[in-house]
Design a protein. Structure first.
Length: 377
């Protein structure tokens, strides 16, 4: 169901709360994304619809749309409802669309850059006017270096809603223009280690192969599921694709689409025609996003690092500017010359009694006290 209101800048604001109307935005979604300053693959229609198909539409959307006087879509705040539990009290939380069991990072609103202030204010005002619909808005892992975060924070400034944020750490390599430059900035010990392990791989008749067309996606994808699981099984644990079948279904939906659009980057080491290590990433907006990987723990030690080096060099040769680890900065990432950068976790309380209590107690919706109730799929 869609609820529409008009604001004082002649922008028409609506809230979509059913799947068919959400899916009807498909022809306009990516066009708006291209006009926004928030260029994130995780905000594309391909990402969203893959999740909707994987989760079999078993969610309730709460997506704020903004249209100009010509009826053109100029703003999107893509959320959905998720029920949380706080000591047996139900808490209604708005979360970024397609964030569950996908690996989504850097959520944001999609706003036409030409009128960003008015549009973000219209979205925030609409959410404030509908504050009785929810208790919290939860947007973790936001990219502070992206202008969209600033628009969101400023949009909420005069709404009466309470906004809290905390810093989060990420790591990325600012790629040089040539692979020789990159080799030159690695430490001598790392470079020596890579040469030695690469020679061992070659002696085992191993070779690096790439998924170059849509027909190869299926075999590479299932190799990813298998190798990721092998690593965790050796530790006596279940891998993510076993623990979270929905995440596996999402990959099955999304990887063919990513291959068709040209975003997919999937490389592996094969020896005796058997996959031994694999690395999944996506190339989008001059950035290679490092998503997932796996390796055979019984194969040559360090083979995964050889593959990672080849992936980074491939990104440089492709002319990409950033290799994004999509995770916390660590010493391991530092040896690859990753640099720390900071984002934020952001949550907004509706000022209901329960949300005020949550805010005053300093509780964050991360699972210790305030726990999401698992979606039944």
């Amino acid at each position: 169901m869609k609820h529409t209101s008009q604001d004082n800048t002649s922008l028409s604001v609506s809230v979509i709360t059913d799947i068919p109307e959400l899916r009807a935005l498909e022809p306009e979604w990516n066009n708006l994304l291209k006009r926004s300053s928030t260029q994130q693959m995780f905000l594309t229609w391909e990402w969203v619809v893959s999740w909707l198909d994987a989760i079999e539409n078993k969610i309730t959307p709460y997506t704020v749309t903004v249209r100009d006087t010509d009826g053109r879509l100029c703003g999107l705040a893509p959320f959905y409802f998720w029920r949380y539990d706080l000591l047996k009290f139900p808490i209604d939380v708005l979360r970024p669309l397609a964030d569950h069991a996908t690996g989504l990072m850097y959520p944001s609103w999609i706003i036409d850059e030409d009128n960003s202030t008015a549009i973000s204010t219209a979205i925030a005002t609409e959410l404030a006017n509908r504050r009785k619909d929810f208790d919290l808005i939860w947007m973790p892992r936001m990219a502070s270096w992206n202008p969209g975060v600033d628009y969101i924070e400023k949009g909420f400034q005069h709404t009466g809603l309470t906004v809290r944020k905390r810093p989060t750490s990420y790591s990325a390599i600012q790629l040089p223009s040539t692979t020789d430059e990159y080799r030159g900035i690695l430490s001598k010990s790392v470079a020596k280690n890579l040469r030695w392990r690469l020679n061992k791989i070659r002696k085992s008749e191993g070779a690096i192969v790439e998924c170059n067309n849509t027909t190869d996606v299926d075999q590479f994808m299932h190799a990813l599921f298998d190798l990721h699981g092998k690593r965790w099984r050796q530790k006596g644990e279940a891998g993510v694709f076993v623990r979270r079948p929905l995440e596996k279904r999402f990959y099955e939906e999304y990887l063919p689409k990513a291959a068709s659009t040209g975003w997919l980057r999937l490389k592996a080491i094969k020896s005796s025609n058997t996959f031994k290590a694999i690395k999944l990433g996506y190339a989008y907006d001059n950035t290679l996003l490092s998503v997932q990987g796996g390796y055979d723990p019984d194969y040559i030690s360090g083979a995964a690092n050889v593959l990672l080096f080849d992936v980074i060099c491939g990104a440089i040769e492709e002319g990409l500017e950033v290799y994004d680890f999509l995770n916390t900065h660590t010493n391991h990432k530092n040896q690859w010359r990753g640099e720390e950068r900071f984002g934020i976790d952001l949550y907004v309380t509706s000022n209901s009694l329960i949300s005020k209590a949550i805010s005053q107690l300093g509780i964050w919706p991360t699972g210790r006290y305030l726990r999401p109730i698992e979606i039944q799929t």
